[in-house]
Design a protein around this ligand. Structure first.
Ligand code: PGA
Length: 262
């Protein structure tokens, strides 16, 4: 067993920078979309927001524009949305997805899903169950893209989120509100709540790829890949998935034992 195998419990791919890494992931997604097209099937993508996947969406838009990649058989489900928030608000993840991806490709927008931040609080539970049902009816997620929070969150599953959690209303960690304050005028404007799919929802995807860029992510990447599985680091639950990989730039990989203790 190599040093890498003995410490790393999730396969890790490391690229020189986020652009090269994103191009690799975009090609993988494009191959899957085309394969599904040949089979006459939809391709169900689980999508993320935040600063991390922006480079991936740029690459996907480029593949559409310059290589004729069609998203007509695409069905998408986003991980999360602030609550409450109007879909056209500057910081809404509906708006984010339109701006960074959906407005620039040929996907049928009625096949795109982002949790609704305007649902009445009394109806959130039923809404969350419906969101899960829709994923199931679409055939389940073929390829789930994730980012990772500095506290190890995936989606908005903050530390303490259970392995079996489903889609639900959650309170955001203060560290998350601080990290996302740049999208708002001040931290006070960052919503305290969000709707997120659960850890269990994420783990049902047939393939999961977590993207991580920059040295600020390196400590939590190491904990997720090499540490014990714990709800203190929600991304560590990905160790239990049979087809998950982490795609990192060199900065995000630098705390891994293979680099720390060569
Ligand atoms: P970021 O956020 O991509 O803006 O770093 C990632 C996350 O919170 O999942």
């Amino acid at each position: 067993m190599s040093l890498v195998d003995s410490f790393e419990k999730i396969p890790v791919q490391i690229f020189a920078d986020d652009k090269i890494a994103s191009a690799h992931v975009a090609r993988e997604i494009a191959d899957l979309i085309r394969q599904k097209q040949k089979e006459g099937k939809p391709c169900v993508l689980g999508l993320a927001t935040g600063s991390t996947p922006k480079t991936l969406y740029k690459e996907l838009v480029a593949l559409h524009r310059h290589q004729g990649l069609s998203f007509k058989n695409g069905i998408t489900f986003n991980l999360d949305e602030y609550y409450p928030i109007e879909p056209n608000a500057l910081q809404s993840y509906h708006r984010f997805m339109n701006t960074h991806l959906f407005d620039h490709i040929d996907i049928d927008k009625s096949n795109t899903h982002v949790p609704d931040g305007t649902i009445d609080k009394n109806d959130v539970r039923a809404y969350a169950a419906t969101y899960e049902k829709k994923i199931e009816l679409a055939g389940g997620i073929d390829y789930q893209v994730l980012g990772i929070g500095l506290n190890g969150h995936i989606g908005f599953n903050e530390p303490g989120s259970g392995r079996h959690s489903g889609t639900r209303l959650v309170a955001l960690d203060n560290t998350t509100r601080l990290a996302n304050a740049y999208e708002f005028t001040s931290i006070a404007q960052v919503p305290r709540l969000a709707i997120t799919v659960g850890i269990n929802t994420i783990l049902k995807a047939r393939k999961i790829v977590l993207l991580g860029w920059g040295i600020h992510k390196a400590p939590v990447i190491r904990k997720s890949v090499e540490g014990t599985v714990t709800d203190h680091v929600p991304a560590s639950f990905l160790q239990e998935h049979p087809n998950c990989s982490f795609v990192l730039d060199e900065g995000a990989a630098q705390e891994l034992t293979r680099f720390k203790t060569p």
